[in-house]
Design a protein around this ligand. Structure first.
Ligand code: XMP
Length: 507
């Protein structure tokens, strides 16, 4: 399989580069600049990303590129371009002001990178430094009115450098330029499609698992369901799916999800373990402690199930690429904000071998694969839901009563989104039960009850998010229905924070 490596210098756009390359039908992987893997035969080219750093900073990222340059074609973007300029004896200096926004790129000669691109075309700039003198052996191939050295090529090696960002939507010919690089210059075949992914994954799952038995925890969400269908194709009846009622699922979710898997030919065992989870959570208020307890309980339930299935050796997970991808920490220590993901949640001394058939895919790619596998649209388009479920949406201590209260409120909210035809427009939505009580009045009575916060966000991969401008009528209906019908709640608020600086979940 042809592969393009994207070397991450910490730019906010790095993942976007990887996505765009994949959209051109070529598989790509992101690696941080301080862990660049050795080139293998499959690697057809390398893209160097942008960065918030300046090449003139004392600790500016500057990895050894000798194993790459001259061996495979290189496309250096923004910081990457400035790095090549500086390494080659050129000069990079702070621009008088940050150049941010659209510019017109003029290209003169018929360089293969700009094949089929008009001689003048709109590109997107986002940089603080400019290349004021080109490095030795560079040939200028593009300029804008403000940036004379906007694109150049290095003689004697297959290396291109561009100051603008072809990966962002505002660069009109961005897809063309990236496709020229990966297909014409790197000669990748462009056959990375859901169908080819399914074939190659099923083959490699067969090789890895052999005649072993596999346990897979289903969550009812798209990732674990697609993983199940792929594994079913690979190992058939040796796949044992488990769906755990942790007591932290949404209202009626356990029965509904089990029913929806029924039609898919999967062997799914529903295990009721609410008492165990809720018992272990008693008295615990710290979000990270709650996550760890829930993660541990899941693993224990899986272990017990594994014994039943002839000591299954493999544990499959629906981990996807954004969960595993490492971003390059530039100038700062990477900090754990939340120990989110399946990958981080498992104990170190795990006795299973982990199988993660989706660990190379972005969410939208998982959905395409799911569609190609015939997954029920109700599961395919389901909103993401955190592994610890309502355990981290009941803020503070989790009790069975609080979970029930939240389940009712959440069900009212989600069903209103569906009635208004907004469920599929929203990336993720849910309700939180806050650990505060406030005074209200119902009939002639004073009340002193809980607050429910509603959250609905637009996002691409959960890394950044914006709150959704839901119609006031919908919010009004949901608020009055929750306050009238859900006992113990006398106040509803709507969360209007973006991520960053907030996060999607409140814990
Ligand atoms: P945050 O709250 O960090 O969430 O903005 C981003 C996305 O991740 C989900 N999330 C989790 N998923 N285990 C998971 O599997 C977790 O502990 C967890 N915490 C947050 C969240 O729902 C959102 O989609």
């Amino acid at each position: 399989m042809d592969k393009i490596l994207v070397i991450d210098f910490g730019s906010q756009y790095t993942r976007l580069i990887a996505r765009r390359v994949r959209e051109a039908g070529v598989y790509s992987e992101v690696h941080p600049f301080n862990h660049i893997p050795a080139l293998t035969e499959e690697v057809r080219g390398v893209i160097l990303s942008g960065s918030p750093a300046s090449v003139n900073d004392k600790d500016a990222p500057s990895p050894d590129l000798s194993g790459i340059r001259g061996h495979v074609p290189v496309l250096a973007i923004c910081y990457g371009a400035q790095l090549l300029a500086k390494l080659g004896g050129g000069e990079v200096a702070g621009a008088p002001s940050r150049e941010y926004g659209r510019a017109i790129l003029h290209t003169e000669n018929n360089d293969p990178l700009f094949d089929g691109v008009p001689k003048s075309t709109t590109v997107w700039m986002s940089h603080g430094d400019s290349i004021v003198r080109l490095p030795a052996g560079a040939r200028l191939i593009g300029s804008t009115d403000d940036v004379s050295n906007a694109a150049f090529r290095l003689d004697g090696e297959s290396t291109w450098a561009i100051q603008f960002h072809p990966e962002v939507h505002h660069t009109d010919q961005g897809p063309r330029i990236l496709s020229n690089f990966v297909k014409n210059i790197c000669r990748c075949s462009g056959e990375w499609t859901p169908a080819s992914f399914i074939d190659s994954t099923v083959t490699s799952l067969k090789e890895t698992i052999g005649y072993g038995e596999v346990i897979l925890g289903l969550s009812g969400g798209v990732d674990s369901s697609v993983a199940a269908l792929l594994l079913q194709k690979a190992v058939g009846e040796r796949l044992h799916c488990i769906f755990v009622d942790s007591g932290l699922l949404r209202k009626n979710e356990f029965d509904e999800v089990l029913a929806s898997y029924g039609g898919m030919g999967l062997q799914v065992e529903g295990i009721r373990a609410a008492d165990r989870f809720l018992g272990d959570l008693r008295g615990v208020t710290d979000p990270e402690a709650k996550r760890k307890i829930i993660g541990r309980d899941y693993v224990e339930v899986f272990y017990e199930a594994a014994r039943k299935y002839g000591n299954a050796r493999f544990l499959a997970q629906g981990t996807i690429y954004p969960d595993v991808i490492e971003s390059a920490p530039v100038g700062t220590q990477a900090v754990t904000i939340k120990s989110h993901h399946n990958v981080g949640g498992l104990p170190k001394d795990l006795h299973f071998e982990i199988v993660e058939p989706l660990r190379l895919l972005f969410k939208d790619e998982v959905r395409k694969v799911g569609k190609a596998l015939g997954l029920d649209p109700a599961i395919l388009n389901r909103h993401p839901f955190p592994g610890p479920g309502l355990g981290i949406r009941v803020l503070g201590e989790v009790t069975p009563d609080k979970v029930r209260t939240l389940q009712e409120a959440d069900a009212i909210f989600i069903s209103a989104l569906r009635q208004y035809g907004l469920y599929d427009e929203v990336w993720q939505a849910g309700a939180m039960l806050l650990p505060v009580k406030s005074v209200g009045v119902m009939g002639d009575e004073r009340t002193y009850e809980s607050t429910v916060a509603l959250r609905a966000v637009h996002s691409v991969d959960g890394m950044t998010a914006d709150w959704v401008h839901l119609p006031y009528e919908l919010l009004a209906e949901v608020s009055s229905e929750i306050i009238n019908k859900v006992r113990g709640v006398n106040r509803v608020v709507y969360d209007i924070s973006s991520k960053p600086p907030s996060t999607i979940e409140w814990e």
